[in-house]
Design a protein around this ligand. Sequence first.
Ligand SMILES: [Zn+2]
Ligand SMILES: [Zn+2]
Length: 336
Amino acid sequence: MRAIVKERPGPGFALRDVPVPQAEPGTVIVEVKAVGICGSDLPIFNGVRDVPYPLIPGHEFAGLVAKVGPGVTGWQVGDRVTAGLVIGCGTCPYCRRGDESLCDNLREIGFHVDGAYAEYVRVPVANLHRLPDEVSFRQGASVDPVASSYHGLRRLNMRPEDTVVLFGDGAINLYALQAVRARGIEQVMVVGHHDHRLDVAAGFGAVVVNSRIQDPVEAVARFTDGRMADLVIEATGTAEVIPAVLNSTAKGGTVLLLGVFHHDAAINPAPIIRHELRLVGSFCYSKETFAASLELLRRGYVRIEPVVTHVLPLEEIGHALEMLNRREAIKVILEP
Ligand SMILES: [Zn+2]
Ligand SMILES: [Zn+2]
């Protein structure tokens, strides 16, 4: 089968013919129909994040069950499926209470074991979710990025009267924005610096600020009559934005950190202390959040259309990565 293989450290990847994976006990082989390129795949391709080499990345996927491993019940060849990426050990205290993303022995599809930038991918049955008929493969491949923000959002006490500011105009926040709006929250602002992405955010009902043109903290102050935002969501993963994030948060407000930082960030904790802010980190998602996110997509509360800007064949991943690195594309889905 054709697969995109990350063979060694440093930038780059290879398109290779590799054997189709075997269906081991407790797993199925999924024929990949759609796989999204995640922001967290870029550091792998760019050589910033190391993985066990050689590795086939790719964790946002949907497809058809093509082969069922020994001892597997409840799944049949031809079933339409998507899958969460977290492979919990199932025995540590965190797995036992349902917090697989905190697993002491965490492994993830596409980061620690081969993923879905290929025609076929092996998936443990515990990771599978059935795709309802009315949910497309492209939507199925979008559950992961929806769940990545919804996992954090579900743990906050959002009220319809809250003011929410999102830093970052990428796919994670464009999905988070829709989930926030689905809670009945009307006062929402998105801070970014790509006009075409901010236009998508505006289409979902957000007031938008281009931080290259306007100071975001001043814009939040105007937006909230000086009270600042009850909830600020950080999804850029860049250290420079942290002071603006803290200074945009109202007294007693909450900061949700979704961005994954690859560099150290020095922060002044004074605003956290003086304004009694609550900092919430969120990493991956649980099986339950994944199912809830699939339901958000099925019911149309979260739409993928203007967020998924390009759909390309697997072979065009190089082109896709260029567009993503240049921030021309928002979300690219590959169809092997
Ligand atoms: Zn992802
Ligand atoms: Zn565990």
